[in-house]
Design a protein around this ligand. Sequence first.
Ligand SMILES: C[S@@+](CC[C@H](N)C(=O)[O-])C[C@H]1O[C@@H](n2cnc3c(N)ncnc32)[C@H](O)[C@@H]1O
Length: 282
Amino acid sequence: MSLYYNYEEASIGYDQARIADGADFMCALFSGLLKKDLSQISVLDAGCGTGNYGLAFLKNGINQLTMIDASKGMLECAKKKCANYKGKVEFRLSILPVIDFPSAQFDVVTFTQVLHHLDSPTVSCSFHDHPRCTEAISQAYRVLKPGGLLLIDAMFDENFNSIWWGPFCPIAFNNMKALRLNKSNTIALLKKCGFSDVTHISRPGACLADPSVYFKIENVSDPKWRAHFSQYKLIESSGELNFLIDLVEKNILEGTLEVFRSKVFENFFLCGDHSMFVCKKY
Ligand SMILES: C[S@@+](CC[C@H](N)C(=O)[O-])C[C@H]1O[C@@H](n2cnc3c(N)ncnc32)[C@H](O)[C@@H]1O
C-alpha cells in the first residue's frame, strides 16, 4: 500500500479528477510490439486503482485482464467499472512488490502511477534506494512470458517541470523527486532485472488529470480538492501548504490569478506530467 497516501479515502473521489491518459496509445504499443491482435494479449495491470486504464484496455479489445491493487476501495470501483466484461477480467487484492502469479503468465505487465508509492527514500541516488520497486520489477519479469512487455508509466525527469507548485515548495518538491526513480536509474534497474529494448516515450501534453479539475488552483485551500492528487499530501507534510495557499489567495485578491495560472502552467503542456518506459523480456 502507499506509504504516504490513503487510497481507501481517495477511492471515493478519485474518478472526479483522473483519466486514463495515453491508454489508446499504450494498446497500440502492445499490439505493435507484440505483433498480435489485442484479443490475443493478456495484461496484468498492477496497482490498477479504480480501473480507468483497465477499462480502456478492455474497450480497446484486450481479452484477458488481471487487475491487482492494495486498496479494497480502489478495487471495488474497478470491479463496478468493468462489470460488463465478466469472464475477461479478474480482480485481486494484492500488495506490491509481491506479484503472486505463476511465472510466464502474461504478455504485458503495466505499472501506471504506482511505483512511487512503494518506497520512501528521502534522497534517491540509485535504484538501490528503491528496494520494493526493484522487487516489483523483478517480479514483473518473472510473470511475463518470453517476448512479453513491461510498461511503467510515471513522472520522470522532464515531467517535474510540469509541477506548478515546485518552485514555491522546495522541500515537498525534493521529497517528490526522491520518491521516484529517475530515467537513468530506471534504465539501470530494468537492465539489471533482465529487460532489453528499454525505451522511454514522452508525449507532449500528457496529462493524468482532468484539466478542468487539476488547473483549478484557486481551490488549493480546500482539502477535498487537494485529496484528488497525492502530491498535495507531500506539501501538507513539508509544512509549505500555508505559504502556497497565501500565494494563490494574494493573486486572487490582486486580480492576477489568470496571469499567475498561465505562468505556473507554462511548461505543463510542453513536457507533460507523465511519460513511460517500455521494455521487453526475451
Ligand atoms: C495514483 S494511483 C494509480 C491508479 C491507476 N494505475 C491509474 O493510473 O489510474 C496508485 C494506486 O496504486 C495503489 N498502490 C499503492 N501502493 C500499492 C502497493 N504496495 N501494492 C499495490 N497497489 C498499490 C493504490 O492503492 C492506488 O490504487
